[in-house]
Design a protein around this ligand. Structure first.
Ligand SMILES: Nc1ncnc2c1ncn2[C@@H]1O[C@H](COP(=O)(O)OP(=O)(O)O)[C@@H](O)[C@H]1O
Ligand code: SF4
Ligand SMILES: [Mg+2]
Length: 339
């Protein structure tokens, strides 16, 4: 593993601002993360915690109401925030690609599969129509689509859901990106097809040395696919580190709640454990720690002062007062005094 990460996000913040500027949603708030070439980073968190906004920020494909208000995004040594729109278009699809949750949203019903799989190759590599078509056939084959020579001339509605998702995967890898971001890519697939698709992504990752960012609700997928994990809550990464270490000893109360009882790496459950209470409104966060209203471990300080992100171990961080050296001991004494 080279020491230079492929991607580092440094204190990245992305907000949605309403037209009058009256309402600001802190969808991504001070996120610091890194990923090495060929590595797989899982991102988990409840709906609305900012996962998709984080992914779209990396590609700079945000909706008009969104603003990246701070931080840096260093990809292969360059800050993506310094790039012009034209330069970013060259990055997207070519060096960083994304697979969305709904394959139909990524496919145009009016164009043939060959046309759509070949398009990035024509745009980014200036390939001729004929050679892009040939590459499209080879890509369909590489994503295990049977009879690719026939399928390449067909249209999205002639494919099953699993095939469409694999075609979106083929478009994603068509220009051999270094990083593929998959935002809940298997949510619409049934379990067997899901397992096949995940195996395919793993094979492609190995064959092409791709790094993957995998956004999912499924802990079984995290255990199977990912070596690093980032847990998001209210726009922030509240815990991150190697999957095996987080699974065996989660440090943050939210991670512990998500994982329910401590899961094994072979855990195959489909959904994160539901947690009592509602996720906070990101436009009016409580003072202090955003998880405090739902946290069984909260101490008085949690409700007034936001916890810092602290290193808890080699390659691991947590954003919780109890992870700050000395605080847990004081809290434990206070709890025993109350009891
Ligand atoms: N286009 C938008 N305009 C305003 N707010 C948005 C928009 N998209 C998402 N949000 C808000 O940003 C927050 C994070 O959303 P999102 O990134 O989609 O979370 P996740 O992918 O984890 O479900 C949510 O509070 C959501 O309501
Ligand atoms: S800082 Fe306090 S409220 Fe927040 S997760 Fe840690 S213990 Fe719970
Ligand atoms: Mg999302």
């Amino acid at each position: 593993m080279s020491s230079q990460p492929l991607l580092s996000l440094e204190n990245l913040s992305t907000h949605y601002v309403s037209q009058q500027g009256a309402r600001v949603v802190r969808a991504v708030d001070d996120v610091t993360l890194s990923l090495h070439a060929g590595g797989t980073l899982g991102i988990v968190g409840e709906s609305g915690s900012g996962k998709s906004t984080l992914a779209l920020s990396i590609l700079r494909l945000l909706p008009p109401a969104a603003r990246i208000v701070g931080g840096r995004m260093i990809f292969e040594g360059e800050n993506l925030l310094d790039k012009s729109d034209t330069e970013m278009r060259r990055v997207r699809g070519k060096r960083i690609a994304m697979i969305l949750q709904d394959p139909m949203a990524s496919l145009n019903p009016l164009f043939s599969i060959g046309n759509q799989v070949g398009e990035p190759i024509r745009v980014h590599e200036g390939a001729s129509r004929a050679s892009a078509w040939e590459r499209a056939v080879a890509l369909l084959k590489s994503v295990r689509i049977a009879s690719p020579e026939t399928r390449v001339s067909q249209f999205p509605h002639e494919m099953s859901g699993g095939m469409r998702q694999r075609i979106v995967g083929a478009i994603g890898i068509s220009c051999e990106p270094r990083l593929l971001i998959a935002d809940e890519p298997t949510t619409s697939l049934d379990l067997t097809i899901q397992a096949q698709y995940l195996n395919l992504l793993r094979d492609l990752q190995r064959e092409h040395g791709l790094a993957l960012i995998f956004i999912t609700h499924n802990l079984g997928i995290v255990a199977k696919m990912c070596d690093q994990l980032a847990v998001m809550y209210a726009g922030q990464v509240v815990e991150q580190g190697p999957v095996s270490r987080i699974f065996s000893a989660p440090a943050h109360p939210y991670t512990r709640a998500l994982l329910g009882s401590i899961p094994r790496m072979t855990d195959n459950r489909q959904h994160l454990t539901a947690i009592e209470g509602q996720p906070p409104d990101l436009s009016s966060l409580p003072p202090g720690c955003a998880f405090a209203p739902r946290c069984p471990m909260a101490i008085a300080r949690c409700r007034v002062e936001a916890p810092p992100e602290v290193a808890i171990d080699e390659g691991r961080t947590a954003r919780c007062w109890l992870a700050v050296p000395g605080v847990e001991a004081t809290a434990a004494t206070m709890r025993s005094n109350v009891a």
